[in-house]
Design a protein around this ligand. Structure first.
Ligand code: SF4
Ligand code: SF4
Ligand SMILES: [Zn+2]
Length: 157
């Protein structure tokens, strides 16, 4: 199976932006709609990190460091917190992603992500955020993130 993602799509924190609903809508030509569909070209492409890590990172990840993997403090408290929330809401662990990239290499990681999130209907990608394929409109099981009980507002200092 050809990888659907590139290394450029993997954010400094380990998030695969290629699974993000804002990236999928943007890259699959689904028009943006106020309050409903937003567009994003990815963390590295925009040189920004939505995941609340880089902004307050003392190591300047994404600038001075390519990713959290290179950090002597990994996983820091901030990354652990983000990781826990993403695990609960989306079944994704950034720390595990970073670990796999380090141990097995980027190509193996991208391949396993492609297999794991493959749309059963058209073979494209199912978003972790809403269980949807933005190419063919397949709707898989919705993640817990859509249940208000699991809503997460990150602590901002
Ligand atoms: S919104 Fe965040 S997770 Fe989604 S593509 Fe943009 S930077 Fe990546
Ligand atoms: S693990 Fe290191 S590089 Fe990553 S957010 Fe924490 S302090 Fe920054
Ligand atoms: Zn599909």
């Amino acid at each position: 199976m050809e990888p659907k993602f590139t290394a450029e799509l993997i954010g400094p924190c380990g998030m695969n932006c290629g699974l993000c609903k804002a990236y999928l809508a943007y890259s699959r030509g689904v028009p943006a709609q106020k309050g409903k569909v937003s567009h994003c070209s990815g963390c590295r492409a925009r040189n920004k990190n939505c995941a609340f890590v880089k902004r307050d990172c003392p190591r300047k990840v994404g600038k001075s460091l390519y990713s959290c993997s290179e950090c002597p403090d990994v996983p820091c408290e901030r990354l652990v917190k983000l990781d826990e929330h993403y695990q609960i809401r989306y079944g994704v662990s950034f720390v595990e992603n970073l670990k796999m990239i380090k141990e097995k290499g980027m190509d193996a990681f991208l391949k396993s992500q492609t297999e794991r999130y493959c749309c059963p209907s058209c073979g494209d990608v199912v978003s972790v955020h809403d269980g949807k394929c933005y190419k063919c409109s397949y709707q898989g099981p919705k993640p817990k993130s859509l249940d208000p009980k699991y809503r997460w507002v990150p602590n901002r200092k």
